[in-house]
Design a protein around this ligand. Structure first.
Ligand SMILES: [Zn+2]
Length: 230
């Protein structure tokens, strides 16, 4: 055994890694979730059905080629625990893992077909500095690793930081997000099919605001992926 592995095993004997879902100690072959929780991930399988709750929710707001959310986001459920672990506990490895995991499952369905760029919903630069990472970007990295579709993080940007959305109603959330994104270079996305990636689909106001900026590019096509749908 390598000294480093020995150290790691001794360490995990006293401080075992815990399952994000049920807090049980993980065994060596497990990562982030125990086998039971992986099998219980609340998958939507929306990618198998072009008309699903994610595409329905964006209907009339964003003309999309395809839209899918990978997990259901229920209070205290595995979807919510996963998103919280990434976003609020900074587990960027889990973000990449779920992006790759979802992409592997969705790849055979043709969901990623013809997509030129993966574009995560950007954070404002001040927020990015404070948090240290963009939760949508780490998920997008995981998707990119499996699909080999390049990530594009420099064109779509957030012009101003918005105040917390969690306490606002539907209209206020919508008003709060409109006009806050823009493109640095409109022609970069011309004639391109872009996969916009976010963590949770709630009202769709954030994605709609991103789409509004993206549609400044001529003949752009947009598809949507979110980790979970509330
Ligand atoms: Zn578990």
């Amino acid at each position: 055994m390598q000294p480093m592995n020995l150290f790691k095993n001794l360490f995990s004997l006293f401080y075992p890694e815990l399952c994000v879902g049920c807090s049980e100690a993980l065994i060596e072959a497990e990562r982030f979730f125990c086998l039971g929780c992986v099998l219980n991930l609340p998958k939507t399988n929306y990618h198998l059905n072009p008309e699903n709750r994610a595409s329905d929710r964006l209907l009339g707001k964003i003309p999309v080629v395809r839209a899918s959310s990978f997990l259901y986001y229920n209070k205290s459920g595995l979807g919510q625990k996963l998103v919280a672990e990434i976003k609020y506990r900074g587990n960027i490895y889990l973000g990449k893992w779920i992006g790759s995991y979802a992409a592997k499952e969705m790849l055979p369905s043709g969901f990623f077909q013809d997509i030129d760029f993966i574009v995560p919903v950007p954070l404002h630069r001040k927020k990015l500095r404070k948090r240290g990472f963009n939760q949508s970007e780490v998920v997008a990295q995981g998707i990119s690793a499996v699909t080999h579709i390049p990530l594009h993080t420099k064109n779509l940007y957030r012009k101003r930081a918005n105040v917390s959305q969690t306490t606002k109603g539907v209209f206020d959330r919508w008003k709060n997000t409109q006009g806050i994104f823009d493109l640095k270079q409109v022609d970069l996305f011309e004639d391109k099919h872009v996969l916009l990636v976010d963590d949770v689909l709630t009202t769709g106001a954030t994605l709609e605001a991103c789409a509004k900026a993206l549609f400044r590019s001529k003949n752009i096509k947009i598809s949507i992926f979110t980790v979970a749908i509330a």
